[in-house]
Design a protein around this ligand. Sequence first.
Ligand code: UD1
Length: 419
Amino acid sequence: MDKLIITGGVPLKGEIRVSGAKNAALPILAATLLSDGVVTVGNIPHLHDITTTMELLGRMGVELVVDERMNIEVDSSSIKDFYAPYELVKTMRASILVLGPLVSRFGEALVSLPGGCAIGSRPVNLHIQGLSKMGADIKVEKGFIRAKAKKLKGTRLIMDLVTVTGTENLMMAATLAKGTTTIENAAREPEVVDLANCLTAMGAHIDGAGTDTILIEGVDSLNGTKYDVLPDRIETGTYLAAAAITGGHVRLKDTRPEMLKAVVEKLKEAGADITLGDTWIEINMHGDRPQAVNVRTSPYPAFPTDMQAQFTAVNVVADGTGVISETVFENRFMHVHELQRMGADIRLQGNTAVTRGVQRLTAAPVMATDLRASASLVLAGLVAAGDTAVDRIYHIDRGYESIEEKLAKLGARIRRVPG
Ligand code: UD1
């Protein structure tokens, strides 16, 4: 297994490009299953989760053509199986996103249950409940969700809690349902809006994406289109945090600053000087140590859970005491134990981590446990004295395109060694 070796102590400086958003690309690739025509998706990041999705679609018989710029052309007219096997779903929970499109367009789906994962039990009961309410006949048996429907029917869905992929699955299913569906207490994440924009370009009738009530009027069929996915706000935020932790000066281009308001506010509180353009963000720490901040994760537009681990890393070397509360997932502090091995002073109390900043971390061999936790270990490595070896970086490759190249471009001493 590959490792990243990071020699800490260099303040990051320079400019890098932000990649397309993983969490928009995944539902959009699933949405291509709804189209009668060819859908070409651009600005796709080169990531392991994207390869997994392509394999998932390919195994169903869908034809995919990828060019050298990672534009993916998808033609689902050749589909023969409506099946998502355990071996793929277990490596990527977002595989569940094929459930809504398959049952809505083809009337059947057999999708493995994702099961547990490192950051909690993460059930999909709300996806299933919503589709049942739209008239699908769903059985959960032998670890699989088996769904059948002649034609889904529009209905009023009130979500028990805000779920991103749940909202996306049901929105996709509703585009080809008979009549009108409303999704109340819907997720408002920019990736939900991006998916809605892509579906609209395919001919769907959707209103209210980005608010907590989405209205979808079913149509008979959807057409092909060409769509570029939006920039990755979590990747953007991660490199901003990397600049903050190292006292650096970094400019991120090809991003959308308006998606990062909560993160930018916290960075300002931490002492960062931030300048925003239309498509870029610049952060300058002027060589200073960050101030500790208090963070509470919540659905968008509040502070994202996907940035929690990175801010925990910033806090552990910051000046003062910080309180980080995780309210979205039940067990998302796996990085804490690894950070403690590097000398971090963190007390865990239920879903809260209290950090007391230390002047310097010390390098240690550490292990990535999930995607964002691994990013926080890389950030810690950037400021630790000595060589930090981050093991199990396949987690990072799921969600960060060429992380070592991008960090090296900013001056970091980082290399990948094959394991
Ligand atoms: C998505 C993101 C992930 C992010 C998360 C929260 C993708 C591919 N992944 O994950 O990066 O961390 O949103 O912003 O977009 N829940 C239920 N029942 C359900 C569905 C969810 O109880 O049927 C719970 C979950 O356990 C969790 C909370 O709802 O506690 C939010 O999860 P959800 O928004 O669904 O996360 P994902 O869509 O899986």
